[in-house]
Design a protein around this ligand. Structure first.
Ligand code: AMP
Ligand code: MG
Length: 306
């Protein structure tokens, strides 16, 4: 029997909120990727997230809120530029790194002074979080290092019965993880390109966001991550892709490279399907590093890293 429940069923949000309240884990649909969500108020649930994912403790988790009025409970000294930005961008695929409040578990922050927070655009996710009454911590619902899930079936394939229920709200509309901006540095820094275009954020703020310095602060900054089983080769043009496919008849081209939103939304599903089909060599065309192309390039690079 599968633990997938349909988001449209009358009692789904209630059932999911109940699971959260008793310290269980749910597969949470969001517009970026499916999350493995546990209550931010339950140490047991937070520990289980690391166990189930095989994620090293110390890799911090993103806190997901239902509404802006919860922000002050989890973060403190939020800069005015950050407040204005989230008023314009939330709910949406943007995560802010802020100073943590004392209410945030060390398991969430990995013992840091900072906490990563966002409000997801997916309405079903927000109603579950609102009904639970606390924030949830939700990393992507995949085994650590693997390709992120963009459907409920992907979550089931990676985590199976270790998740109490998986709420199926169809394929994720954006398909790559959120953009992470660090607001604890003097000039905000881009920790991870993602579903929210950097250019749009910069225009809203009227300043340039800096590239990250210092040690890696986000697991999204590891060199290898989001990786399929088959080898992925990256090229910069269609003719280059064609010559590889001519030389290796069994190679598969990752499709939709001409349409960035569709490329992002289908990327992980295509890698997972190729693995399922036993494809040994995938070929993907790098998009230009602007807009959503920046996040797609980043994920392709990490997926291609040996
Ligand atoms: P995922 O949950 O797989 O989308 O990954 C969450 C990302 O947020 C990872 O890259 C984390 O390292 C990053 N993150 C979450 N909290 C923090 C924090 N306090 N400091 C730095 N990075 C964080
Ligand atoms: Mg992840």
């Amino acid at each position: 029997m599968s633990n997938i429940v349909n988001s449209n069923a009358m009692d789904t949000a209630e059932r999911a909120a109940e699971v959260l309240t008793r310290g269980g884990l749910i597969g949470l649909p969001t517009e970026t990727v499916y999350g493995l969500a546990g209550s931010a108020a339950s140490e047991r649930a937070l520990s289980k997230i690391f166990e189930v994912k095989g994620r090293p403790v110390g890799h911090p988790l993103i806190v997901h809120l239902a509404s802006l009025d919860q922000l002050d409970h989890y973060a403190q000294s939020v800069p005015q530029t950050a407040v204005s930005l989230v008023e314009a961008c939330w709910p949406g695929p943007l995560t802010l790194l802020l100073q943590r409040s004392r209410h945030v578990s060390d398991l969430i922050t990995g013992n840091r002074h900072t906490v990563a927070i966002r409000i997801p655009a997916n309405e079903c996710a927000r109603s579950i979080i609102a009904m639970h009454g606390h924030a949830v911590a939700a990393p992507s619902a995949n085994r650590f290092g693997h390709v992120s899930p963009t459907t409920a079936e992907h979550v089931l394939a990676d985590l199976g019965e270790n998740v109490d229920i998986i709420v199926d709200d169809g394929p994720c509309t954006i398909g790559v993880e959120s953009t992470i901006i660090d607001f604890t540095t003097p000039v905000p820094q881009l920790l991870r390109p993602g579903g929210f275009a950097l250019e749009d954020l910069e225009e809203l703020m009227g300043i340039h966001v800096a590239m990250p310095d210092g040690e890696s602060r986000a697991s999204g900054m590891l060199e290898s991550h989001y990786a399929p089983k088959g080898k992925l080769q990256l090229v910069d043009s269609l003719p280059d892709a064609i010559s590889i496919i001519r030389a290796h008849s069994e190679a598969r081209l990752i499709d939709h490279w001409g349409n960035l939103p569709l490329y992002a939304a289908s990327l992980y599903a295509q890698m997972r399907q190729a693995d399922k089909d036993g494809v040994q060599l995938m070929v993907a065309i790098n998009p230009a590093p602007t807009g959503l192309g920046r996040a797609i390039r980043d994920r392709l690079k990490k997926a291609a890293h040996p």
